[in-house]
Design a protein around this ligand. Sequence first.
Ligand SMILES: Cc1ncc(COP(=O)(O)O)c(C=O)c1O
Length: 410
Amino acid sequence: MSSLDFTPLLAPGLPPPAVRWNGFAKYNFIGGHNDAEQLPLAALVKAANDVLTREGRTLATYGLSSGPLGYRPLREFLAQKLKRNAGITCTADEILVTSGSLQALDLVNGILLTPGDTVIIEQASYQGALTRLARLGVHAVGIPLDGDGMRMDALAAALDDLKSRGVRAKYIYTIPTVQNPTGTILSEARRHEMLRLAAAHGVPIFEDDCYADLIWDGRRPPALHAMSKHGGVVHIGSFSKSIAPALRVGYIVAGWDLLARMLSLKTDAGSGALEQMVLGEFCPAQFDAHVPHLTRGLRAKLETLMDALNEQFGTAAEFDDPKGGIFLWVKLPDEVDTLKLFAPALAAGVAINPGPEWATDKAYGKSRTRLCFANASHEAIRAGIATLAEVCRREFGVPNRIANVERAGA
Ligand SMILES: Cc1ncc(COP(=O)(O)O)c(C=O)c1O
C-alpha cells in the first residue's frame, strides 16, 4: 500500500522544515546549552524525591493544586527572588509560569502583534526573537549597541523617525541584563532614558532577562520593570541558563489584565508540572548558593575561550569581555562570511552560530559569530578554536597566523 502524500495537504505559509538532528558537533559552540558539570544533580534528585513523596498526588489534577498560572511555591520563590535581585515588586499572582521563556515570547507576541506591525529591537539580538517576528510578518527596527547596551541616541532617533511616518512601535524588545549575543549590561542611566523615551512615545517595553543571573560580579542594575513608574513593562525570565534548558521552565511578570489575555492563548493546559515542582522545591534553599558556583565555572571557560582565540586568531578575532552569560560575540576580518564558514567548520567538527542569524542588519552580522562557551570542556574549547582557525584560514585566508606564529610569507 503506498503511503499517503501529505504534501498537498500542508497548511500554506508553514516555516521551512526542521533539519534532522544528527547529534552534537564534536566542538559545540552553538545554542544556549549549559555546563553539564555544573548541574546541581544530586540536589535536583533529592528535590524530586521529596516533593513527589510529599505532594505527588496533586499530579492527578491539571495545574496541580495551584491553578493555571503554575506551581505556587515556584511563583512565590520567583516573587521573592525578583524583589531581592531585580527590585521588582510583584505578587505570585502576577507571574505566569511558561514552557521555557520561548513560550513567554510567543504569548507576549500573541496578544500584541499582527502582521505589518513594527517593533524595536537591539541590532544584534536573540535569533528566536528575530525568527518569530519574521514569521509573524512584523517589521523589526534594529538599534545599535555599544559597551553599555542599546544606544539611547539611536533609540530616540528611531522613535522619532517612526513617529514622523505615523508608526507607533508595538514594543521595544530588549535583553538589557547580559545581552544575547553581545554580553553587555544596559546601564542604569540608559534604563531611565529608555523608560522616559518609551513613555513619551506610548510604547511598551518587553524586557527579556534570560541571562540576568549569570553576572560575574553578581551586581546588576534594577530591572526596567522595577524602575518603571507607570507600568508599561512586561518582564520575562527563565531557568534555562541558571539551572538547565531541558527543564523548559520560564515565566512572565505582568499585571492580571495582560496575563488573563495570555492565559487564554496558552494552549498546553499548564507547563510541565514535574519540572515546576522540582524547581519549587530546589530553589528556595539552594538557588542562591548554586548560581555563584555556576558563574565561576562559566567565567573560567570564557577565559579559556578568549585565550584560545587570542592564541589562534591573534588580532583577527575582536571581542569585548562580556559581563556575564554564556556567549562571546566575535568579529572576524571583513572578508570572512560566517554564513559561508558555517558548513566547512561543521564538517571539521566545529559548530558556530553565524552572525547574520543574530542581527537585524545582515551586513553588520556578516563577519561576526556567536560562540557559546558553556557546554564544551576546556580541552574542547582549545581544540575547537584551533580547528576553527585552520578552517577559516583555508576558506578565507585569515587568520594569517596560527597559534600566535606568523606564517612565512603571510
Ligand atoms: C534572550 C533569550 N530569550 C529567551 C530564550 C529562550 O530560552 P528558554 O525557552 O530555554 O527559556 C533564550 C534562549 O537562548 C534567549 O537567549
